[in-house]
Write a protein that binds this ligand. Structure first.
Ligand code: GDP
Length: 369
């Protein structure tokens, strides 16, 4: 049955009594002519206008500039690159805090960010909340897409919340998020949270753009159950056992002890920081102070021992290579010859007429020619 983009999209009724046999094609719920229309376009301002707005902390202009950063259009990218370069200059030397936050769905990330975020803004900081979620599209309610989950923070004039850029390659989404951090920092947001779902590869991306990495964990469930890989624990600067309230307090304390000893088994960190585990509750707000204190201690340490700068420098190098990889790949796939030849090669590989390595070699040779 042809899909009409309606309610039934997410369901498979093939073996069900509810299966509807193909019949007369029904008109779609949304007028197809309207669907095909490009979204209303915002007139592109000059770089100077964007910069003036960003540096003055104008949230509307900041949002519009981020939209340019996220855009795939060459014209937008050109303006965006200049904005990014100017923002980078504007924040050079400023010691901002970039905090990566991860944990499996349901661990309480949104609730934590809402509670802890308010804590941060009350302490006088301006907070940007970003997310990396390459798996979902914004329209389908990606993390942070559902802003009602952060009611207080959304209304907080000192907080700026931006959902994950819509679906794309992880590399692309991550790069755009990294650039967005710079724009937010230029607009005066001295603390940035970068949230990610604790599954898949996105933690590495978030880790590669944050100074401090916070892992949220549930008590009473093994690591395996939580889908948290050892590598993610190893890159964490702090583990917070969430939902330590009511009847869960004792279990959370036990889990804290277990994770604290697990952390001791990892080799010493290059930063000189000793990762530790704490308990927290977004409901009673218990533990939020300790987390704030740990983060402050971390930044005091790494700013004084030089690791803060060193890590930022290494991250910059990492992102240079990532950008090269990204650009080369895009150039290859956007090349006219490759676009023309690719479908036939793909079919030949599927049909077993040519092996994949030979096909790749030949295509790359044609690209270079
Ligand atoms: P996310 O998927 O990681 O963003 O998790 P959510 O923030 O949506 O939280 C998942 C569920 O856990 C929700 O029903 C929350 O109300 C609940 N929750 C989150 N934090 C706490 C907490 O500190 N204590 C308690 N008791 N429940 C919490």
């Amino acid at each position: 049955m042809e899909k009409q983009g309606d309610f039934f999209d997410d369901y498979t009724f093939d073996n069900s009594a509810l299966k509807v046999n193909d019949g007369i094609k029904q008109p779609p719920a949304v007028n197809p002519y309207l669907q095909g229309r490009p979204p209303r376009r915002q007139a592109v301002k000059s770089v100077d206008e964007y910069m003036e707005g960003i540096l003055a902390g104008d949230r509307t202009i900041l949002s519009q500039a981020i939209t340019l950063v996220e855009s795939l259009s060459a014209e937008h990218r050109k303006v965006a690159s200049e904005i990014i370069a100017r923002c980078q200059k504007a924040v050079a030397g400023k010691e901002t805090m970039r905090i990566g936050i991860t944990g499996v769905p349901g661990v309480g990330k949104s609730t934590f960010i809402e509670a802890f975020g308010s804590h941060i803004t009350s302490a006088g900081h301006k907070l940007a909340v970003l997310a990396i979620d390459p798996s979902s599209e914004r329209s389908k309610g990606s993390i942070l897409g559902d802003k009602t989950r952060m009611e207080t923070l959304v209304r907080d004039p000192k907080a700026f919340i931006r959902p994950s850029p819509s679906a794309g390659s992880l590399g692309g989404v991550a790069r755009r998020t990294r650039e967005t951090i710079l724009l937010c920092e230029a607009a005066g947001y001295d603390v940035t949270f970068i949230e990610t779902v604790g599954v898949g590869q996105s933690e590495t991306a978030v880790h590669s753009m944050s100074d401090f990495f916070l892992l949220l964990m549930l008590s009473g469930a093994g690591d395996e159950l939580q889908g948290i890989k050892r590598g993610i624990m190893e890159m964490s600067d702090l583990i917070a056992i969430t939902k330590a309230d009511g009847s869960n307090v004792e279990k959370a304390k036990v889990a804290r002890g277990l994770y604290a000893s697990a952390l001791h088994l990892f080799p010493p960190t290059e930063s000189g920081w000793v990762p530790t585990a704490v308990t927290s509750s977004a409901v009673t707000k218990e533990g939020l102070d300790t987390i704030m204190q740990k983060i402050d201690e971390y930044f005091t340490l790494v700013r004084s021992n030089g690791f803060y700068r060193r890590k930022r420098a290494l991250q910059a190098r990492y992102w240079m290579y990532e950008s090269i990889d990204d650009a080369l790949k895009n150039r290859f796939y956007e090349n006219e010859t490759i676009e023309r030849l690719l479908p036939a090669y793909e079919q030949d590989v599927l049909d077993g007429k040519i092996d994949s390595f030979a096909a790749a070699e030949e295509l790359i040779a044609r690209y270079k020619a």
